[in-house]
Design a protein around this ligand. Sequence first.
Ligand code: CU
Length: 123
Amino acid sequence: MRRQPRAARIAALAGAALVAALQLCAPAPAQAAAASFDLVVSAAQHPGDAQVMVVQQGDEVTLKVTTELPVEVHVHGYEIEEAAAPGKPASVHFRAHATGRFPVEIHLKGGHRVIGYLEVHPR
Ligand SMILES: [Cu+2]
């Protein structure tokens, strides 16, 4: 049997060592979590009332929107829109795949208003 040249054996060993080192260094994949937020829309709200909702990338997000006005809930960046009305809350469900800070708006007669910010942090 022909022996491998010394350089090839060294290269193969170095490659195996590198793979082992990378496996040791790789962080354990963190579990995606489920995050649920309650948002209440009222006629008396101010833009400063917008709540900040922080999740990790990959999390399952549910936004429960209760409203005393007929509105369209719009999650910017994710381009999700869902209607909500008095007695008919919206439940907006999605996986937070994109990272960043995204306004959650309501569209209503005569304009729109930010009711929250979704912050998706990189995992
Ligand atoms: Cu909008």
